[in-house]
Ligand binder design. Structure first.
Ligand SMILES: [Fe+2]
Length: 284
């Protein structure tokens, strides 16, 4: 199994292509659509780095997965789907996120909140077969209600559940987030064998250190600065809440969610052929 990371500098996001080397079948996890809010422009430079690799390796991509509805970048999954005929995959509880944000954006009763914008919805324990690889979904809510960790062989793609040990854990103050629930989700991951590899969805390079995106269950359990085996639930929840209270909303949360609950598609163009994003005022 080969794991190839791609780092999107603008959003500090890691996209992964994971494939079986013999069969050349693989998946894309957490792709990024480029977006410039200043002039309302979208483009696909970040996805093109991924597709160039896929094409050079001559891979078949039956699935494109998001770990959750990201709040810091627009998903590139629709682009990957169009390019390779890949089926889009996300957690079943995206329906909860869709319902909440349909109301926030006042999308009306016609906006479906049953997850139909995605091709496959996974529950805890569900599996996808990708050639000889098995992708297993582990429901790890807390950052959002729909967050999944994808386990492929000995590798976990944890999304925004935990980051590198020197950065800690995901924030829990978005709609539907919960520090108590995130604590329990991380315990699930920490119960896995110590050598299990962890691949993070972001790296913010604290202190200006070099990019890091891979750790292990053993390393996180012993050294994660916010939640390790010595941290009680009460301590974690208190500190997480205090920290979240100091954080600003991500710059792209309002554009991102509108696209990401639509599986990486822009809103339907209006009569002039232009897609519009809404900016709800005084609601977050
Ligand atoms: Fe996130």
């Amino acid at each position: 199994m080969k794991i190839q990371p791609f780092f999107d500098k603008r959003t500090s996001t890691l996209t992964y292509v994971v494939h079986d080397e013999a069969s050349k079948v693989g998946v894309v996890i957490d792709s990024v659509m480029d977006f410039d809010a200043k002039n309302g422009r979208t483009w696909y430079e970040s996805c093109e780095a991924v597709t160039q690799y896929i094409d050079t390796q001559r891979l078949t991509i039956p699935y494109v997965l998001d770990t959750h509805a990201h709040a810091d970048h627009l998903s590139g999954m629709a682009y990957i789907k169009a390019r390779y005929g890949a089926r889009t995959v996300i957690g079943q509880f995206i329906t909860t996120v869709q319902a909440r944000f349909r109301d926030l954006y006042n999308l009306g009763p016609d906006f479906p909140v049953d997850g139909r914008q995605f091709d496959v919805l996974l529950n805890d324990g569900d599996e996808l077969q990708v050639g000889p690889l098995t992708v297993q979904a582990i429901h790890t809510p807390g950052h959002t209600p729909a967050c999944l960790t994808y386990q492929i062989s000995d590798a976990l793609f944890v999304g925004d559940t935990i980051f590198m040990p020197d950065f800690g854990t995901a924030r829990c103050d978005f709609p539907g987030g919960s520090a108590e629930i995130l604590y329990e989700s991380i315990q699930k991951l920490y119960a896995l064998p110590e050598a299990t590899r962890i691949f993070t969805c972001h790296d913010y390079q604290p202190g200006g250190r070099a990019l890091r995106y891979e750790s292990t269950v053993g390393e996180e359990r012993t050294t994660n600065i916010q939640l390790n085996i010595r941290t009680s639930k009460e301590e974690f929840v208190t500190r997480r809440r205090a920290r979240d209270a100091t954080l600003e909303m991500p710059a792209l949360i309002l554009p991102s969610l509108q696209v990401n609950i639509r599986a990486g598609c822009l809103p339907e163009p209006e009569s002039n052929g232009v897609s519009y994003l809404k900016l709800p005022l005084n609601v977050l």
